[in-house]
Design a protein around this ligand. Structure first.
Ligand code: PHE
Length: 492
């Protein structure tokens, strides 16, 4: 049954979700088609639209954003005073004195802002509907804070800025992925037209480098700053300017990492018997720079930190593509940008074991964090039992598999195309935060028919209570039925 209701505010939106749930209708089937309807006299023809925090967007066949995702928009976890994401944000902001901060930019952006303005090629996998939440062909939930780069450069308010925000991506279901997460983007630019008399850009930048606090951690940085094939200097940029800006970028971000990881190390376990297994190891802090690629920076790098025995990627960064600055009307400027995931950093700062916890409203979680006083590691309140269930199915024989290769923005997908993220989305929509992990455990091609079969294992586990057998059975049954209804698979 179609739910055709005019959405006036988020409240009515929430009511609709409650309504769908209370009617025991599968949320997914309604959430993808929640639509509003202007009367014929108003428009002459039926229009479908969705209202997000008072702003109305018309939807089309690109719409793939479930209501469960839209409701997350109002949470603004990174702005909640004592929330671990807000505390993490402030810790990082404190390392960038004088930078402007933008922490409440609206999450609905244009495809132009999120991709085109940043030089994403037309067939970039990030644009596909399997990876990105669309409201319509031209409108998405931002997939990264870089969506605001061009506008922030155009506004030209300060030499440095930081943007923290919720970002949205269709992705795996496991303890470190959630379809809504938070990023911080930072940038620092210099104005070639406003240099002190007699001073070059490189000299000016090196003087700024000298003002960044020094550290004594070990840094591996084996590659040259630029490399003709792997990490090229941009046309119109001089090697010495980029050398200086790269040094400013790297020292600034090393300073952030030192601040975060020394805080994490000194974080005391709360008195009620801390989880010492998660305690930071004692080896000296080590970081390394690795070459990277982003469509909107060149050269580009990732910063990795050696943490508890593994190299952990913490951020991406690089020298801003000059075309972005030029198109933003500030062609005199040059500079760097970085982006990092706040959850990942907060998880290691506090030893938080599951990304779903950030969304918890359980006081046993929230009461453990305070913006005042020294940082204390999170103490899991309890681990409730896991419940594993498998589902096996045959794909429709005409299905194309659009996994990591993904389908492009313009590719025609049939209703039977299969992408793993669709399975993930169905699991999330049916189970909400009661699903911890969904993974492929078996794949099989029938030797005669060539049909493909998959087996996915779902781990049902609440962070807050023990699930009953009836509950997990019912969740699993709904998950199975939705796979059939949404993906046209045949259960085995
Ligand atoms: N937006 C990039 C991401 O989400 C991170 C990034 C930001 C990289 C700015 C370079 C410069 O992965």
């Amino acid at each position: 049954m179609l739910l055709i209701i005019r959405l006036k505010s988020l409240f009515s939106f929430l009511d609709i979700i409650a309504f769908a749930r209370s009617r025991d209708e599968p949320l997914l089937s309604t959430s993808w088609i929640i639509q509003t309807h202007k009367s014929k006299t108003e428009l002459g023809t039926k229009a479908t639209e969705v209202t997000v925090e008072g702003k109305t967007y018309s939807t089309d066949e690109w719409m793939n954003t479930p209501s469960t995702i839209l409701t997350a928009i109002s949470r603004r976890l990174h702005l909640q005073q004592d929330h671990p994401l807000a505390i993490t944000r402030k810790l990082i902001e404190s390392r960038f004195p004088g930078y402007n901060t933008h922490n409440d930019l609206f999450p609905v952006v244009t495809v132009e802002q999120n991709f085109d303005s940043l030089g994403f090629p037309a067939d970039h996998i990030g644009r596909s509907r399997t990876d990105t939440y669309y409201l319509n062909q031209d409108t998405v939930l931002r997939t990264h804070t870089s969506a605001h780069q061009a506008d922030t450069f155009r506004a030209n308010e300060s030499a440095g800025y930081l943007i923290s925000a919720d970002v949205y991506r269709r992705d795996a279901v496991d303890r470190s992925h959630y379809p809504v997460f938070h990023q911080m983007e930072g940038a620092r630019i210099w104005d070639r037209g406003a240099l002190d008399a007699g001073k070059s850009l490189a000299q000016t930048v090196w003087e700024d480098v000298a003002n960044i606090p020094k550290h004594d951690i070990e840094v591996e940085d084996p590659n040259p700053t630029t490399h003709a094939e792997r990490n090229p200097l941009q046309d119109g940029h001089s090697a010495e300017d980029v050398e200086a800006m790269a040094a400013h970028l790297k020292r600034s971000l090393e300073d952030v990492v030192v601040a975060i990881f020394s805080t994490a190390r000194s974080a005391s376990a709360a008195t009620t018997g801390g989880d010492t297994a998660a305690a930071p190891a004692d080896e000296p802090l080590k970081v390394r720079w690795v070459e990277a690629y982003f469509p909107f920076t060149s050269p580009s790098w990732e910063l990795e930190v050696f943490w508890q025995g593994d190299w952990l990627e913490v951020l991406g960064c690089g020298i801003v593509r000059q075309s972005i600055l030029n198109n933003a009307g500030v062609s005199n400027k040059v500079g760097w940008a970085f982006g990092l995931g706040l959850e990942r950093i907060a998880m290691l700062l506090y030893s938080i074991p599951d990304i779903r916890l950030f969304w918890s409203t359980d006081s046993r979680f929230l009461s453990q964090f305070s913006a005042a006083g020294p940082l204390q590691r999170f103490v899991p309140f309890s681990k409730y039992p896991a419940c594993f269930k498998d589902v096996s199915f045959w794909l429709h024989s005409s299905s194309a598999i659009t996994g990591a290769g993904g389908r492009g923005r313009n590719a025609q997908a049939t209703s039977h195309d299969f992408h793993e993220n669709d399975i993930m989305e169905i699991a999330r929509d049916v189970c909400g935060d009661l699903v911890e992990d969904v993974r492929l455990v078996d794949e099989f091609v029938h030797p005669k028919t060539g049909r493909r079969s998959f087996c996915y294992r779902t781990n049902y586990r609440s962070l807050e209570r023990t699930l009953t057998n009836d509950e997990t059975n019912e969740l699993h049954e709904r998950f199975r039925q939705q796979l059939v209804e949404k993906l046209g698979v045949e259960l085995r």
